[in-house]
Design a protein around this ligand. Structure first.
Ligand SMILES: *[C@@H]1O[C@H](CO)[C@@H](O)[C@H](O)[C@H]1NC(C)=O
Ligand SMILES: *[C@@H]1O[C@H](CO)[C@@H](O)[C@H](O)[C@H]1NC(C)=O
Ligand SMILES: *[C@@H]1O[C@H](CO)[C@@H](O)[C@H](O)[C@H]1NC(C)=O
Ligand SMILES: *[C@@H]1O[C@H](CO)[C@@H](O)[C@H](O)[C@H]1NC(C)=O
Ligand SMILES: *[C@@H]1O[C@H](CO)[C@@H](O)[C@H](O)[C@H]1NC(C)=O
Length: 728
């Protein structure tokens, strides 16, 4: 009985599978021919039973990739390969699933490049030119270049209308296949046959019947002289003949040109490559199909002499069914959501470009706050500004702010130099940098200070004057106070010194290990073990566990490290040495008593430890410090730079127009803390979105940070490195 059941079940299953036939959606005659050849090759290469079971292929001709998506939804076709931008829409808007993606010789990501022939053009002078794009909302032809142009403010987006409207007036004429419904000028350069009969219209369609379709077509558009610039993926450059290469130039982000071979360091960003989509209930069969065809006809396929999956040359077109440069297909497991498949940076970019339509969110700026005190200050800030809505979003540490920005849960935050380094590695970009100079007067005729000279602060080691036998070099076995995890003054700088006999230049290079080896215990908020033992935690509204990586921990930051040095009322939790920033140390000492921490301390009760083993009074910090610290920088996702910049400049204008306003952006003492949201030493914010993080931080600091992070584990960098293709 049981056996009979099993046999019946098997027969039913077999019948179901038999009934399934893989219907591949094609968008042109050449693609239809390649698909038909594949179907024949499958029949020839597999035994009839196997073909019948899972390898019967038929080819469904559609007019465009969008038509394919509708056909798949309507169960009139099953699978199609799409650009990642279309994969995103197919999944988010139309409920399809991604089942595989193309992998190329250098991985699954593509670079967007701007190609020109006229050497007088540069990336800043594209306004009014004629442009060729691989496809509308495509990664390399649309999203990455527009994201870049917006981030530099070369292109402005009047948020009342879709971005495509501003693009259509930015370029004088374009060919953007797929954009017919958006604006006529976006299709003006296209050359496909025009017809009012849907089936016969190829003009501006995402189909090979439109000569300027996809990256190859966009290059054709450039070659033919129809366009001045083509936005394509780097893979398409391979098809340009050696003899022709000298005619073309890439436009780099810094306004220079480069030969085609330099696409790695002359691109407008990185994003995911193509992928295949199907209906949810069809995914298992479709995956099995892809595994089979790849095994037979892929780069190392068993039956390559019969058919080559990634070669379109005998059909008179490029990139049919798949990109010709595909090395293999990576089959995706079920449990991956679209941001894991396409990458967080990319998904955030698409949202930023209004891929899912605009929303109320588009007009607010979400600022990251890491503690109750910061939240209070941020809320005051939100109340003090008139026009632009500001929303304060809470995270538990600066590192989490970086993560939340990447996840599109918050938009911007001002980061210390080490966290700026991390954020840069995570694909975030600078907007403005805190300026610690004396004056912020803008030059004649400008509204804001513009300068490339960014004053730094310095890190110092502070001790109580009364602890007379403490020096750099004999700190072994003592108690230490460090601003916070990764803080430049508390974590990055001190470990370089010979802190003790135990720690000299031949010692390990991981700061966490050094501090654990050298000090008996201490407070380094955000760490673990002995270096949390001296921390206090927080009470009341700001209650938190000991060692939290934010101001709720009483010993967090510059103010916290000083509190740690003088100790709490119980006299138990104190340090022998504090590593902090010099800029507000005297003010912080004087505010110890008003904030109810400890009475009677004056600056003369403290001394600095110099690198050479001397001690010096606080005012001698210029000759007795642990090194320079580059300024804090406000960082965001690339597509938001212009918006965050406008927001901050308006805030700055509002506040300077109302000098009597109670709210001060660069003061924190009202909240009983220091350096909330911005360093208190800030005089104004200086535009730096045209610079990269490395330039802002300076070569020396940047290399030092690189060395250190090469030998310490960091969860946040690990998180960022997992992203499929980080934009930079
Ligand atoms: C290149 O562009 C410049 C304008 O920037 C134009 O004057 C010139 O004629 C163009 N050259 C060619 C060969 O099209
Ligand atoms: C860009 O890369 C090429 C090699 O791919 C190299 O020769 C060139 O110096 C690089 N340019 C810059 C500015 O890094
Ligand atoms: C593609 O196929 C053509 C002919 O079918 C062949 O000459 C060519 O070498 C193939 N290309 C690659 C990269 O295998
Ligand atoms: C450096 O530290 C190691 C132990 O970490 C020690 O063996 C060595 O003697 C020290 N060197 C100097 C010059 O102090
Ligand atoms: C850090 O490691 C990366 C990758 O392993 C390497 O390219 C880089 O040169 C290293 N940097 C330093 C400063 O050691």
């Amino acid at each position: 009985m049981r056996a009979l059941h099993a046999v019946l079940l098997f027969l039913i299953l077999l019948f179901c599978i038999r009934a399934k036939k893989m219907r591949w959606c094609t968008v042109s005659d050449p693609e239809q021919r390649k698909c038909a050849e594949l179907a024949k090759a499958l029949v020839a290469a597999l035994p009839p039973a196997a073909v019948a079971a899972f390898a019967r292929l038929s080819c469904v001709r559609a007019y465009s990739t969008a038509d394919c998506v509708s056909k798949i939804r309507a169960n009139r076709a099953d699978v199609v390969t799409l650009d990642a931008g279309e994969v995103y829409s197919a999944v988010k808007q139309f409920g399809l699933v991604a089942i595989a993606k193309e992998i190329y010789s250098d991985g699954g990501c593509i670079l967007s490049v701007a190609v020109v022939r006229n050497r007088t053009l540069d990336i800043r002078s594209l306004q009014g030119r004629r442009s060729c794009h691989s496809g509308v909302r495509w990664t390399a032809g649309w999203s990455l270049p527009l994201g870049f142009l917006l981030s530099r403010n070369y292109l402005t987006w009047t948020k009342e209308q879709p971005l495509s409207q501003d693009v259509s007036t930015y370029f004088s004429a374009s060919c953007v296949p797929g954009a017919a419904a958006m604006a006529p000028s976006l299709c003006a350069l296209c050359q496909g046959h025009k017809s009012y009969i849907r089936q016969r219209n190829f003009h501006c369609e995402t189909s090979h019947s439109e000569p300027f379709y996809n990256s190859q077509g966009a290059l054709r558009c450039l070659r033919s002289g129809a366009g001045d610039v083509a936005f394509v993926d780097h893979l398409a450059l391979e098809s340009i003949e050696e003899s022709e290469r000298e005619e073309f130039r890439l436009l780099c982000t810094d306004g220079t040109h480069a030969p085609l071979s330099h696409y790695r360091n002359c691109s407008l960003g990185r994003g995911p490559g193509g992928g295949m989509v199907t209906r949810l209930n069809y995914r298992k069969i479709a995956r099995k199909f892809l595994v089979t065809v790849q095994m037979l006809f892929g780069q190392r396929g068993r039956d390559r002499q019969r058919f080559q999956l990634f070669n379109s040359s005998s059909f008179g077109e490029n990139d049919l069914l798949f990109k010709d440069v595909t090395e293999k297909l990576a089959i995706l497991p079920d449990d991956k959501d679209v941001s894991q498949v396409l990458g967080l940076d990319y998904v955030a970019l698409l949202k930023g470009l209004g891929h899912e339509g605009s929303s109320l969110e588009d007009s607010v700026v979400r600022w990251c706050c890491i503690s109750l005190a910061e939240q209070k200050k941020c809320e005051q800030w939100a109340l003090s500004i008139k026009s632009d809505p500001l929303v304060c979003v809470r995270a538990v540490s600066m590192s989490e702010c970086v993560e939340k920005i990447k996840r599109d849960e918050v938009d911007a935050v001002s980061l210390d130099a080490t966290h700026s380094f991390i954020a840069g590695k995570c694909g975030l970009v600078p907007v403005v940098t805190e300026y610690y100079g004396t004056k912020c007067e803008p030059a004649e005729g400008t509204t804001h200070l513009e300068t490339d000279v960014l004053p730094s602060v310095v890190g110092v080691a502070v001790v109580k004057r009364s602890s007379r036998n403490i020096f750099i070099g004999n700190l072994g076995g003592r108690r230490s106070c460090h601003g916070h995890m990764y803080s430049p003054a508390g974590w990055l700088l001190p470990y370089r010194l010979s802190l003790s006999l135990l720690h000299n230049s031949s010692s390990p290079c991981d700061p966490n290990q050094v501090y654990n080896d050298v000090f008996w215990k201490g407070c380094l908020p955000g760490s673990q073990g002995n270096l949390c033992k001296v921390c206090m935690g927080g009470t009341g509204e700001a209650a938190t566990k000991r060692c939290a990586d934010n101001h709720n921990e009483r010993y967090y930051g510059n103010m916290g490290a000083l509190r740690c040095l003088v100790g709490d009322a119980s006299g138990k939790s104190y340090g022998d040495v504090a590593f902090l920033e010099q800029h507000n140390v005297e003010a912080n000492i004087l505010s110890l008593s008003p904030t109810g921490w400890a009475d009677g301390w004056t600056p003369s009760d403290f001394e600095l430890l110099c690198e050479d083993g001397r001690r010096a009074p606080l005012p001698e910090w210029e000759s007795c410090n642990l090194g320079a610290i580059p300024p804090n920088t406000v960082m965001t996702r690339p597509v938001l730079t212009a918006r965050v910049y406008d927001f901050l400049m308006k805030t700055q204008e509002t506040l300077s127009a109302n000098p009597d306003s109670e709210f001060k952006l660069f003061q924190s003492k009202q909240y009983g803390e220091s350096d909330l949201l911005f360093k208190d030493a800030t005089r104004c914010l200086v535009h730096t979105s045209h610079m990269d993080t490395r330039t802002i931080l300076g070569e020396e600091f940047y290399r030092h940070a690189e060395t250190v992070f090469n030998c310490t584990h960091s969860d946040i960098l690990e998180f960022c490195n997992q992203d499929v293709c980080s934009i930079f």
